[in-house]
Structures are given as structure tokens and as C-alpha cells.
Design a protein. Structure first.
Length: 202
């Protein structure tokens, strides 16, 4: 069938004109034009481009065509097929997409979460005559310059740059086992850690 310039094959261009397009072609203008020409899908006008792409990825491509200088085999996705799926099973797809976003968010959070064990000064005496009476090890979730305590502690959070904090050791969330090996007193805290993460990253 031949090529149109160096961009795509004639078959790919025909498919695009029939709203069967590569994923990177999905955008608001394309979807609005598709709905303008196919009024039976008017109820989908406010659906996000990301939802359309999500459904496309799940139901799969409807064809492939050569594109680019190196004759790449590029998957094309039918807007008709996606629209029909959204009309028939809209709630199912909305819920699946929401679950996907929640999972992505949790994944991003878990990759950036650090646990810390800090050594904190414990003071007694009076306000006029304070006296250092010892030290306490506190384990918690680190966020910025704060440690949100998970283990039983004098207070719920500690400013890590404060003078009272004498030392700090950080562990990536996935290295919790390494933390408990070094600090066995903080074993069996996984549920409490997850609860604290949900509280401070909600």
C-alpha cells in the first residue's frame, strides 16, 4: 500500500481517519471530534482522556500498522470499541481506573517513604532547673524534617533538626527487616507503620 512521507503507512493513515489510532494520538480534541461525529456516544463527552487510554490498554489494540522511518509495527486502538465498552460497562471501568490510580499512588508513596530511628534527649527537673535524665529511642515515619512517631513515645512527632535529637538512622520502607534486626524492640510494628503512613500521606 505504500508510505505517506516518512511518518506512516497508507494503511495507518486510513485507520487514523476511521478513529483507529496509536495511544500517543489520544487527546481531548480527537475524542471530542469522534463524539461530534457519533452522537450515540454523547454521554462519554466528559470522560477523561486518561480513562479512554486506560480502557484502550485493557481491551487491547484492534490492529497494527507500519509507522516511522524504520517500519515500526505500531498498535492502533479503535475509539468505537472503547466507546462501546464505556457505554456498556462504564461503572466497572471507572472503578477499575480508580483502583489503578490508588495502587499507583501507594506505589509512589512506598518508594519515597523512609522510616527513622532517632535518639532523643529526655529531660526532667523543673522549668527553671531542667536536667538531662536519659535518652529514648523513637521509631517512626520520616516526612520532610519531621519524624511521626510509631513506637510509644513522649510525643507524636519530632523535629529532626531540633537540639533534642542526638542521632538519626534512616531505613527505606522495604528495609523494615533490617531496621528490626538492628533495633529488635521495634518488631511487630508493620501494621502501625502502615496506619501512620496513611495518616500523614492522605
Amino acid at each position: 500500500m505504500g508510505y505517506i512521507g516518512t511518518k506512516r503507512s497508507v494503511r495507518s493513515q486510513y485507520a487514523i481517519e476511521d478513529y483507529e489510532v496509536p495511544l500517543n494520538h489520544f487527546n481531548k480534541d480527537l475524542i471530542q471530534s469522534f463524539i461530534d461525529e457519533n452522537e450515540e456516544f454523547e454521554t462519554l463527552r466528559l470522560k477523561t482522556v486518561k480513562l479512554w487510554k486506560f480502557v484502550a490498554g485493557k481491551i487491547g489494540s484492534t490492529s497494527w500498522h507500519h509507522t516511522g522511518t524504520y517500519f515500526n509495527e505500531t498498535d492502533h486502538y479503535s475509539l468505537f470499541a472503547i466507546a462501546e465498552e464505556l457505554v456498556q460497562n462504564g461503572t466497572k471501568w471507572e472503578n477499575a481506573y480508580k483502583a489503578y490510580l490508588d495502587q499507583e499512588k501507594e506505589s509512589v508513596i512506598s518508594e519515597s517513604v523512609f522510616l527513622s530511628v532517632i535518639k532523643v534527649q529526655v529531660w526532667g527537673g523543673t522549668k527553671k532547673h531542667p536536667k538531662l535524665i536519659g535518652y529514648e529511642a523513637v521509631m517512626g515515619v520520616k516526612k520532610g524534617d519531621w519524624l511521626h512517631a510509631v513506637s510509644e513515645a513522649e510525643q507524636s512527632k519530632y523535629k529532626l533538626s531540633a537540639n533534642r535529637v542526638e542521632s538519626q538512622k534512616n531505613f527505606a520502607l522495604e528495609n523494615y527487616n533490617a531496621l528490626t534486626k538492628q533495633y529488635p524492640e521495634f518488631k511487630a510494628q508493620k501494621r502501625a507503620i502502615n496506619k501512620k503512613i496513611k495518616e500523614i500521606y492522605k
